[in-house]
Design a binder for this molecule. Sequence first.
Ligand SMILES: Nc1ncnc2c1ncn2[C@@H]1O[C@H](COP(=O)(O)OP(=O)(O)OP(=O)(O)O)[C@@H](O)[C@H]1O
Ligand SMILES: [Mg+2]
Length: 503
Amino acid sequence: MKKIEKLEMVGISKHFHTTRANHNVSFSIESGEIVGLLGENGAGKTTLMNILYSLIQADQGEIRINGETVRLHSPRDAIQRGIGMVHQHFMLVENHTVAENIALGFEGAPFFYPARYVAKKIEDFSRRYGLKVNTQEKIWQLSAGEQQRVEIVMALLRGADLLILDEPTSVLTPQESEELFSILRRMAGEGHSVVFISHKLEEVLSICDRVLVLRNGEVVGASSVEDIDKRKLARMMVGRDIIFNLEKEHIERGPLILEVKGLTVPGDRIEKAVKGVSFKIYQNEIFGIAGVSGNGQHELIEAITGLRKASGGSILINGKEIINTSARAVCNQGISHVPEERIKFGIVPNLSIYENAVLKQHHNKRFSKTLFLNYQSIKSHAEGIVRDFRITAPSINTPVKNLSGGNIQKLILGREITDEPSLLVAAHPTYGLDVSATEYIRTQLLKRRGKGVAVLLVSEDLEEIFELSDRIAVMFEGEIMGILTARTANIEEIGLMMTGSRL
Ligand SMILES: Nc1ncnc2c1ncn2[C@@H]1O[C@H](COP(=O)(O)OP(=O)(O)OP(=O)(O)O)[C@@H](O)[C@H]1O
Ligand SMILES: [Mg+2]
């Protein structure tokens, strides 16, 4: 089949019941281009690209390849025409190896030992692009960045001329993002084209040639990246100015809330992911942990929130030992948790917004009357979250699986931070969120701090760490390299500690 030189989507409209996801959207991309597709959570980006990939069909409009109208009935058709897509949420089979995943649905793989055949292909391919993937590992053993790479290799191996990446970097480390960008540049140089969806405006400006902005399902702007900057882009997306640097008021910290002493925690692949870590967090304080992910932050948080057994040390919350109890027991001590893998662990997709709004809290007195749930109070609680966090949804009865990615994130954040816990553990609280939701969440975290909550913030976004934290700890290979006061810390110092120098 002829290579895609130019692809156009013309007058695309799509409704889901009463929701207008796309309205008369036109979009085009040529060979060698990287085009950014931007817009607030729920603006219609994923829908538009799902239509192109033919996961769903448009109500109206058409797709043209090299000037000719084409009818694509399924992703299989799209793949055959040279369109590949890496989804916002991974679709890999957890218990299969990398090679087995890629072999699934790989045209031309032999009937017998398809994985072996594919493994060989992948190795040739990785050598050519410098994309490292170990074909024999199981998906569940991989970090998000590694899974991402598998999905990209899979799309490219199937021969994608046009690659759609739906928020590819929201879970990548800065190094992994850089790696991805050099691959994308190289692909564009070879005449592939890329549609890049992201909320990280700096990234979009650095990797894309031009951008298209959607709002409420409609195109509201387009520009080449030379003619636009971060502020203008944000204004185009949300229709108002965004504050990129929040004011943090000075507050005296209160009494000790969390004390971690000599904590050691095993990892999935190694014996000690956290090696004898100690720190304290006080009331009215945001304690930020910076570091490249994969250096023990994940295991540290799981141990504190009761999701993983520790092998040594102590975790005191308000003076009470909680190490190796249970997630429920930890929750009852007043610890809230915004988990890293929110879609996987934070929600039940088939349940409604209001049911998800009280997950894990249904035993709370506010929501139950003797043996029965108090639906009145659950629903008004849910409506409060939807209102405050500006979640776009037809109603609180909508199943969560019908929400856009960012709106699901907002719901989980809303649920975990509307109450005032003693300690709020927040892992990467703004990834996947649009600029105005990010501004809102950060403001909320500062507000909770003002009200006496102790916050443990883990983020790879140094800008976020600096903006919010009172003190900053840096983790490297399971240890804390040092703890700095945010007011006097500088970014170079933190950067060095992130690569293993001690304070
Ligand atoms: N299967 C579905 N059923 C019902 N509504 C849907 C469905 N898929 C998407 N929607 C709605 O369509 C709108 C657009 O969603 P879409 O996922 O395209 O947004 P998005 O721009 O990708 O947002 P995000 O940045 O949060 O990922 C949203 O209001 C969403 O709730
Ligand atoms: Mg999306």
